[in-house]
Design a protein around this ligand. Structure first.
Ligand code: HEM
Length: 230
């Protein structure tokens, strides 16, 4: 009896890779709405917060929020396991392997920091993580030296990683040309969305008056800090 005959749905082995793929499909929906929320900020702070309130009806419903935070945490763990295994097999070969490994590594770092910062803002400082949360760390130097590349690369990395996954899916379906188009398409979309979010959060598009509670939050990390962006 060969492996192929054993490969029926009921006997298919659950692997880190299959769990990573399954979680990715679930998270794709959240990423789509989350990035849409950030782009809605191009129309102003009130629009950003109104769109966030609408989407929160779903992802802030406690059972869903717990599931979301669990899946995204597991996704980072699975991703790091796959990354270590892949690097143990040797240097990535070719553009798409490098794109997969680099985007995976950058996104894992982005997400660990994003979840830690979410905990600090929401739990430790009991702040409302609306528009002013990301805008606070984009309000001036030295925070911007770190958070402009952080947010840009975070969005570029997640979209590139999704694009590489879509490419493998299209290649498996016998559509290599479509695969390359999807891969490059997601990468370019990631760069465009990342680039659009930066002027929005730094106050280059409209003035942002930082509320005192967010100045207090920033001064926890940098005593005496005064916003100077925009
Ligand atoms: C420029 C990029 C990003 C910005 C400015 C940003 C900003 C935010 C904000 C403001 C919140 C709080 C939401 C709320 O309180 O309702 C949040 C939560 C969150 N973000 Fe992001 N985010 C970014 C990218 C991402 C990406 C790429 C992911 C990947 C999946 C992600 C995953 C999450 C998760 C899981 C939460 C927690 C949701 C919750 O439980 O309330 N973020 N982010």
């Amino acid at each position: 009896m060969t492996d192929a005959t054993l490969d029926t749905p009921s006997t298919r082995r659950i692997t880190v890779r299959s769990l990573h793929k399954a979680s990715a499909i679930v998270l794709l929906t959240f990423v789509f709405f989350h990035l849409t929320n950030h782009l809605s900020g191009l129309f102003g702070i009130l629009v950003y917060n109104a769109v966030q309130d609408t989407f929160r009806v779903v992802y802030r419903f406690l059972p869903i929020e717990i599931l979301l935070l669990l899946i995204i945490s597991m996704q980072v763990v699975f991703g790091v396991v796959l990354l270590v295994r892949s690097l143990r097999r040797g240097r990535p070969k070719g553009f798409w392997s490098w794109a997969q490994v680099l985007s995976g590594g950058i996104f894992a770092f982005f997400m660990v920091e994003h979840l830690y910062a979410l905990y600090m803002a929401r739990i430790k400082f009991a702040l409302e993580t609306d528009f002013y949360w990301p805008a606070s760390v984009m309000s001036g130097a030295p925070f911007t030296y770190y958070f402009i590349p952080y947010y840009f690369l975070g969005v570029l990395a997640i979209m590139t990683h999704i694009g590489v996954g879509m490419r493998y899916w299209a290649i498996d379906a016998g559509r290599p040309a479509l695969g390359d188009r999807l891969g490059f398409g997601f990468m370019i979309a990631g760069a465009a969305i990342g680039a659009a979010i930066i002027p929005m959060l730094t106050g280059a598009l409209f003035p942002i008056e930082m509320p005192p509670e967010w100045l207090n939050y920033l001064r926890y990390f940098l005593p005496g800090y005064t916003p100077n962006a925009g």
